[in-house]
Design a protein around this ligand. Structure first.
Ligand code: PLP
Ligand code: COI
Length: 354
């Protein structure tokens, strides 16, 4: 595929905000880098991407995003190694998933070089924004939404693809306790659960707030039909260790096919850990918690990396996870972050130099 990188227009900001940022105390996704990539779909095709100063977007009140929620996104990270080389982790998988989401939401798919060259151009302009500190990275948020106008309930004729970035620290500030959901559902068969559609997250906020009010940080979603099977967390896939076996549910049209999840499955197998990808029932997990065979639960995702779960609630009872000295979670987290940050050999070919 021909590169378009030389054709990307770059308009730089005259007033960088970088000196206002405390890179030693970064929260997740709350300060934004100086520039953004913008690419418009109109007249039936994607127009050339541009790098612009980070700025508000002007839209008509009748833009379809506001009414019909045609909106998808991705989550990625850029890492800087000790020699200031910049790395991405499996970026083509994010590109492919963005187009899977686009198709499901009737949004025009993006050409690969617009995504990849646009991203590289943006990272080059904002490379000083990529944190060097361990545990920090530049969180990258590519997104596409309907900017075309009209109250007719049908796909828009214009869209915007934007990438903006945020130097970020950890997603969770402290211990993570989860509530296994018995009533609400995140997704259903035939729905959009496998897509990274904005509406999937909006629909989680209310039940998640109910869980937060009860002292948990996240909901563990169960299948919409029976609420008997563990599916995933709000922004992470979920892994459960019973004795020495690591279990995660199979992907389906209800579950996001997480890039961290599939990397952990491969890494764990390579390290000789027994991994099972199979349906897992809530009663199996509760039973394992009661008989002591439940050793670990952790969430896995780009933003959250690997987040150990300290305990879970289910049907008005609370279950504590044991505090082990050596966990699969910390072992696998170190293995994956060492690959991401160029501290370890990457036998899988996942790292991508910018
Ligand atoms: N599940 C959901 C609902 C998510 O939002 C995410 C985050 O992207 C994940 C799982 C993990 O996916 P990935 O590892 O590709 O970031
Ligand atoms: C990510 O892990 O990148 C996500 O998209 C999760 C997000 C909802 C914070």
């Amino acid at each position: 595929m021909n590169s378009i990188i030389n054709d990307i227009e770059i308009i730089k900001t005259k007033t960088s905000k970088i000196n206002e940022v405390d890179f030693d105390n970064l929260k997740f996704g709350s300060v934004f880098s100086d520039h953004m990539l913008e690419c418009n779909f109109k007249d039936g095709k994607w127009q050339a991407p541009k790098v612009l100063p980070y700025q508000p977007i002007v839209l008509d009140p009748s833009a379809k995003i506001f009414h019909y929620g045609q909106s998808i996104f991705e989550g990625m990270k850029a890492y800087k190694d000790v020699d200031e080389n910049v790395w991405l982790f499996r970026p083509l998988d994010n590109f492919k998933r963005l187009n899977i989401s686009a198709k499901r939401l009737a949004i025009p798919e993006l050409p690969e070089n617009y995504f990849m060259d646009g991203l590289k151009a943006l990272l080059e302009v904002d490379q000083e924004w990529i944190p060097k500190k361990d545990g920090s990275s530049l969180y990258i948020r590519p997104f596409v939404f309907a900017s075309g106008n009209g109250f007719h309930a049908s796909p828009a004729d214009e869209y915007k693809f934007i990438i903006c970035t945020a130097p970020s620290g950890a997603y969770f500030a402290g211990e993570v306790r989860v509530l296994i959901e018995e009533k609400y559902s995140r997704s259903a068969n035939g729905g959009v659960g496998f897509a990274k559609a904005g509406g999937n997250y909006a629909g989680q906020f209310y039940p998640t707030q109910l869980a937060i009010d009860k002292g948990y940080q996240q909901v563990i979603w169960t299948d919409d039909n029976t609420h008997e099977y563990i599916e995933e967390a709000g922004a992470m896939n979920i892994f459960i260790r019973i004795n020495d076996t690591l279990i995660t549910g199979p992907t389906s049209d209800r579950i996001l096919d997480g890039i961290t999840r599939k990397s952990i499955i491969e890494l764990a197998k390579k390290e000789g850990i027994n991994v099972e990808v199979r349906k897992i029932t809530v009663s199996e997990v509760v039973e394992a918690a009661k008989n002591g065979s439940l050793k670990e639960m952790f969430g896995a995702g780009t933003a959250a990396v690997i987040s150990p779960i300290a305990g879970f609630g289910y049907k008005d009872a609370d279950y504590e996870l044991p505090k082990l000295d050596e966990t699969y979670a910390s072992f696998l987290k170190k293995r994956i972050t060492d690959i991401q940050t160029n501290k370890a050999e990457d036998i899988f070919g996942w790292r991508y130099q910018v």
